[in-house]
Design a binder for this molecule. Structure first.
Ligand code: PLP
Length: 379
């Protein structure tokens, strides 16, 4: 039996979600923009999904919006596109140095177009430097975009404090958080944080791939990224991916329930880390001292690089990911690992990411196999 421990990359669709999706593909064929019965019924189903997603992030739909997107990458890109159109005079944007490429690459593109980008550094635990951030925000800043939790290390960022700090300098500065890795793993509350924009992605919480959402706070102006039809209240053109949205709505309900299991997930993760750390091999857990997601462990061993270890685990039917990318023939540590100034000998790590559906017996089997691989390699 395969053991899947790469839930930060993507998650399998769970049965009730799949069932909803198949039923929707079969029966919810109407175009939600059509004014006859099949269209009206599908529109209602989309609105139910919207309510369920709102509930997962505690958004009040009477006073805010949730747009369906094709993925979180689109949601992230849309935010940057909107803010630069809303305020063409401002040219300063702040992001963290550990953002996902769907934010980082957009910032780099804007930099090449003349925008000034400030990258907020992180310390060796992966935590953001709040003092540095405070010094960099000014009335001229257009947007502060910091992720809620990092995909590689699971380190959680204090979004409420970041929004409060930003708005204490100027209420006109837009705030955005890429909450893709946090949604469904820890409570996310847009009313509590007060953030202007939040992005999420269905496939990270057991919904299908190719569907996401963008939350927009009430009173915040938004310029659409995709132009065309009048869908999504004129804010995102293109016929909605109906079946996947309905499935994501169902997944949101289950994800909210599954938050109750996060202590159990954390417990499995912590025991796993303790066991690996107690082996007679030097190891290093990235972000261990920081506030982290309960499901993520990024760990490096002195006697084997992450790529080799990932491949050997894969031969045994166990799937994790690496913190390094193969760049032609050289293994290059990820931007996040480098930003954290991780010691050179520990830069080639593996990332193990659990879900609320991971079983203790999977972890036991994983530990048995990884231990054999590590001990065979020697110290
Ligand atoms: N942001 C983060 C933090 C992610 O981990 C990912 C996916 O890995 C994305 C954005 C992109 O999500 P999507 O695959 O829906 O475009």
């Amino acid at each position: 039996m395969d053991i899947y421990l790469d839930n930060n990359a993507t998650t399998p669709i769970i049965q009730p979600v799949l069932k909803k999706q198949v039923l929707a593909l079969k029966f919810s064929y109407g175009n939600p923009s059509s004014l006859y019965r099949p269209g009206i019924l599908v529109k209602r189903e989309l609105d139910d999904a919207r309510k369920n997603i709102a509930n997962l992030i505690n958004a009040d739909l009477d006073n805010s919006r949730i747009l369906f997107t094709s993925c979180a990458t689109e949601a992230n890109n849309s935010v940057f596109n909107s803010v630069i159109k809303q305020n063409p005079g401002k040219k300063h944007i702040i992001i963290s140095s550990v953002e996902h490429s769907s934010v980082f690459s957009v910032a780099e593109r804007l930099q090449s177009l003349g925008y000034r980008i400030t990258y907020i550094p992180v310390n060796t635990n992966g935590e953001i430097d709040m003092e540095f951030l405070k010094k960099k925000i000014s009335e001229d800043t257009l947007l502060v975009s910091i992720m809620t939790a990092n995909n590689e290390t699971g380190v959680i960022y204090p979004i409420k404090e970041i929004v409060a700090l930003t708005h204490s300098i100027s209420p006109n500065i837009f705030t955005h958080t890429d909450a893709v890795q946090a949604v469904g793993k820890i409570p996310v509350d847009v009313q509590e944080s007060g953030v202007d924009f939040l992005s999420l992605s269905g496939h990270k919480f057991h919904a299908p791939k190719g569907v996401g959402a963008l939350y927009i706070k009430g009173g915040v102006n938004f310029s659409p990224f995709l132009l065309g039809g009048h869908q999504e209240g004129n804010l995102r053109a293109g016929t909605e991916n109906v079946a996947s949205i309905i499935a994501m709505g169902e997944a949101s309900v289950l994800a909210k329930d599954a938050l109750g299991k996060s202590d159990f997930v954390r417990d499995m993760r912590d025991k796993l880390e303790n066991e690996l750390s107690s082996l007679p091999i030097k190891s290093y857990i990235l972000g261990k001292q920081a506030n982290r997601l309960p499901n993520t462990s990024n760990i490096a061993f002195s006697n084997i690089d992450g790529m080799q270890l990932m491949l050997q685990l894969s031969q045994n039917g166990i799937y994790v990911s690496t913190g390094s990318a193969c760049n032609s023939t050289v293994l290059k540590p990820s931007r996040i690992i480098t930003a954290m100034k991780t010691p050179i000998e520990y830069q080639k790590s593996i990332r193990i990411s659990l879900s609320s559906y991971t079983k203790q017996e999977d972890i036991n089997k994983f530990l048995e196999i990884i231990t054999k691989i590590l001990l065979k390699k020697g110290k």
